[in-house]
Every structure is written in structure tokens, then in C-alpha cells.
Design a protein around this ligand. Structure first.
Ligand SMILES: Nc1ncnc2c1ncn2[C@@H]1O[C@H](COP(=O)(O)OP(=O)(O)OP(=O)(O)O)[C@@H](O)[C@H]1O
Length: 242
């Protein structure tokens, strides 16, 4: 089943095409990574697919709903864990999650059940009463993803989920993301190539807003005759940079 379809999606700021003629389909349950150097258009593409930025031209569909014309339906199916986390710093971990559950209309009884479940999955129970601003970066990212999952979305957008985390915290988050694989369709942007390689079913490489390559990590390595995924990436986005 197709979860996301983009047809010739383009975004122009002034006279600059920052996303240019992007077409692909993403299947339900896939982990799909969007890679590219700084300014390649990754965040803008994610923002268009999650109804935060308007398309200049082209079409995009989330489970058949048009992101421009049927944004209300699209928003019911998606959740976004942005680069800048959506956490209220002075609220505790529990209060942040509770606020999110309330915003999504869970009844008091369902809210408690849901919060227990999410805190269990993300190992947040020991931090339940801790003010969020006192959490380390890795735990803030965990909480941010937990908050995004409260609404039980079909599609989760993760914009650089492990940015700035140490290797242990990053590996912990990988486990969380792998645990969601198959159940939730995940669209991920990252600058960590080994992260994309380890987590993704398929990878899309953007260069100056255009799809430069799309396939499994193995396919992209084969396509470039490189020795490693990192070499393949450099080969694909190299010359001329952004
Ligand atoms: N609101 C805006 N107005 C004008 N230009 C913008 C706007 N948002 C993004 N851009 C430009 O669009 C281009 C793509 O930006 P985008 O943030 O999508 O790239 P990215 O691949 O996510 O980069 P990074 O890896 O640095 O996060 C950049 O040149 C950026 O300056």
C-alpha cells in the first residue's frame, strides 16, 4: 500500500528552486531516508509533505489525500518530530506527554493507558517527574519522538533525530526507530550516513533540490561502484557541492 506519493513536487523561494521536480512513492511501513548536503532541500521537502510549507507546483499525497487540498485529513495521519524539539521545558516528562495526549482528544482513562505505554516503550518511566529542561539531549530527543507518537500516527517525520547525540544515545534511538519499523512509516533526514544505512529500507539522495539517486544502500553502492555507502554518497553529491 502506498503511504506517500509525490509527483513533480517543486518549491521555489524567489527565483531559486530549492526542491525541484521530486517524484517518488513510499510504501506503508517503510523507513525512508532523505539525504543531502546542507541546503539540499531535505527539510523543505519534509515540511511540504507535512503541510507546513506550500508546494509551488506538483502534487503530493498522503494515503491518497492531497497535502494542499486535504490538509485536515493529512494532519490526522502524520506526526512530526522537528529538529527544534516541541518540548515545553518547564513541564515534567509526564506533563509534556499528558499535554500532547489531551491535545489529541484522548479521554482521561485512555490518556493514562497511552502514557504508560509510550513511557514504557521509550524507557521514560524513571524520568516521569523530571522537568524536561533538565534532561540530556538524547533523552530530550526520545521524549520528542514519544510525544510525536502519542497520536498513533501512520506516518512519522523525523528531521535529524540524532543530531548532536553521542554514539551511545544515538544507538539507543536507533533501537527505538527499529522497533517502530513495519508499524509506522518513517521519513527520516540525517547527516549520519551509517544511520541511514542501518535504519533505512530505501534512501533518497537530494542534490540542489533534485533526486540524484534513490534505492537501497546496496543499490546506491552498486550504482556508483563505490566501496562503501559513504564513498557512494560522496560520489553522488560531490562535484559542485550544493
Ligand atoms: N523560508 C525560506 N525562505 C527562503 N529560502 C529558504 C527558506 N527555507 C529554506 N530556504 C532555502 O532553501 C534551501 C534548502 O533548505 P533546506 O532547509 O530545505 O535544506 P536542508 O537540506 O534541510 O539543509 P540542512 O542539511 O542544512 O538542514 C536553502 O538554500 C535555504 O536557504
Amino acid at each position: 500500500m502506498t503511504a506517500i506519493e509525490t509527483n513533480h513536487v517543486t518549491k521555489t523561494y524567489g527565483d531559486k528552486k530549492v526542491v525541484n521536480d521530486v517524484s517518488f512513492t513510499i510504501q506503508k511501513g517503510e523507513v525512508f531516508s532523505i539525504l543531502g548536503v546542507n541546503g539540499a532541500g531535505k527539510s523543505t521537502l519534509i515540511k511540504m509533505l507535512s503541510c507546513l510549507v506550500k508546494l509551488t507546483s506538483g502534487k503530493a499525497f498522503i494515503f491518497g489525500y492531497d497535502v494542499m487540498k486535504e490538509a485536515a485529513q493529512v494532519k490526522k495521519l502524520i506526526a512530526v518530530s522537528p529538529q527544534e524539539t516541541a518540548i515545553a521545558p518547564n513541564l515534567t516528562v509526564y506533563e509534556n506527554l499528558e499535554l500532547m495526549a489531551g491535545a489529541h482528544g484522548f479521554s482521561k482513562k485512555d490518556r493514562e493507558r497511552k502514557l504508560k505505554e509510550v513511557m514504557g516503550t521509550f524507557l521514560l518511566i524513571p524520568f516521569e517527574k523530571q522537568r524536561s529542561k533538565t534532561l540530556s539531549g538524547g533523552w530530550k530527543r526520545r521524549l520528542s519522538i514519544a510525544m510525536a507518537l502519542i497520536s498513533e500516527p501512520d506516518i512519522l517525520f523525523l528531521d535529524e533525530p540524532t543530531l548532536g547525540l553521542d554514539i551511545l544515545a544515538r544507538r539507543e534511538l536507533w533501537k527505538v526507530i527499529k522497533g517502530l519499523k513495519g508499524r509506522v512509516t518513517i521519513i527520516l533526514t540525517t547527516h549520519y550516513l551509517e544511520e541511514a544505512e542501518s535504519l533505512s529500507d530505501r534512501i533518497c539522495i537530494l542534490k540542489r533540490g533534485e533526486v540524484k539517486a534513490l534505492g537501497t544502500a546496496k543499490e546506491l553502492i552498486a550504482q556508483t561502484s563505490a566501496q562503501s555507502f559513504e564513498d557512494a554518497f560522496i560520489d553522488l553529491v560531490g562535484e559542485g557541492s550544493i
